[in-house]
Ligand binder design. Structure first.
Ligand SMILES: *[C@@H]1O[C@H](CO)[C@@H](O)[C@H](O)[C@H]1NC(C)=O
Length: 324
């Protein structure tokens, strides 16, 4: 009997300790904001409570880039106007104080890196990593860039990639281009970073930007996202405009996004007359109110997931082995 009472006491004590362990981090971490690993909604919250400015955010990333990029090679260029754009976002947010700054677009004041095959009409080069396009002048911003600027996003710079989106040569290593050199997987430097949106994934994994854009023709978003342990979305062809994106195949190319991907996807989807045929068809399927509404913890409840057991095509190395 005594023994049982003792056990009950121990049990109650353990439960109490468990509750403390569970609730302690919520108390301790609540008022402290850290840029590293912060999500878009945490950053927006910090903006609204005047704990953070876009200038601080951009300065943080510029510092991380100058420190880590000589090793990681995830970024080809930084935008000389990034801090100016941050100041503009800060002014706009300030002028909307008194509750309504929450009405600003989700990406307002958020720094984004663009894969270097996505055109920007500004001080930056758009080269797909190739020396051949250095100093060439693009006629206008890519369709997706137009949408990002309208939302108030800060174009922080250009992310590196497998040169020409890996269509320079199939033998070239993933993540390599003549301008930036070999991109590295920040978790294991000797591990394959994969490509071709290598810099888009490396930069998010290493906290060199909040979010990035990548492109995919076959595997160029999901492979580097998987290799560098970040989230990537490869949208259906035509959901996002390819205008102003250095092309590989009009039937397969698509612009997608890495990290906090749904916020960015919502911003860049939709009709663009310069990619009219594809975006007109696909834009019919964009849900009213966007994709963000489906981001909920039980979002997959009741869904059935398919597992691909028989791939559509075999890896190239296999077919070579068969030929021999
Ligand atoms: C674009 O490339 C030219 C030529 O290498 C270089 O001088 C310039 O600094 C580049 N632009 C940026 C923003 O890095």
């Amino acid at each position: 009997m005594l023994r049982d009472q003792h056990l009950v006491q121990v049990h109650v004590l353990l439960n109490f300790l468990l509750i403390l362990i569970v609730i302690a981090p919520t108390f301790g971490g609540h008022h402290e904001f850290r840029i590293k690993e912060a999500t878009i909604s945490e950053i927006r919250n910090a903006f609204q409570h005047e704990k953070l400015t876009s200038r601080q955010l951009v300065k943080f990333y510029l510092h991380e880039i100058s420190k880590l990029n000589p090793l990681l090679r995830g970024v080809i260029e930084v935008n000389p106007d990034a801090l100016r754009q941050a100041d503009k976002a800060d002014r706009e947010r300030k002028s909307m104080r008194g509750g309504c700054s929450s009405e600003l677009h989700h990406l307002h004041g958020i720094p984004i890196l663009l894969k270097d095959n996505i055109a920007t009409k500004d001080k930056m080069n758009t080269t797909a990593g190739s020396l051949a396009l250095l100093r060439s002048i693009v006629p206008r911003d890519a369709g997706v860039v137009k949408k990002l600027r309208k939302a108030g996003a800060i174009i922080l710079g250009k992310a590196s990639l497998s040169e020409w989106a890996h269509f320079r040569s199939f033998a070239a290593p993933g993540g390599w281009n003549a301008r930036a050199g070999q991109g590295k997987n920040p978790y294991v430097l000797s591990a394959y970073p994969c490509g071709s949106s290598s810099g888009s994934a490396i930069s998010v994994a290493a906290n060199l930007a909040t979010v990035t854009l990548g492109t995919e023709t076959d595997g160029s978003i999901f492979c580097p996202s998987s290799s560098n342990s970040v989230v990537g979305i490869k949208p259906t062809v035509g959901l996002t405009s390819r205008s102003g994106v250095i092309p590989v195949s009009p039937r397969q190319d698509t612009v997608g996004t890495v990290a906090d991907a749904v916020y960015v996807l919502d911003t860049i989807v939709g009709f663009d007359k310069r990619d009219g045929v594809a975006t007109r068809v696909a834009s019919k399927f964009i849900p009213k109110g966007g994709y963000l509404q489906f981001l909920k913890p039980d979002g997959l409840k009741g869904k059935r997931l398919g597992i691909l057991r028989h791939p559509f095509f075999k890896p190239r190395s296999n077919s070579i082995a068969t030929l021999r």
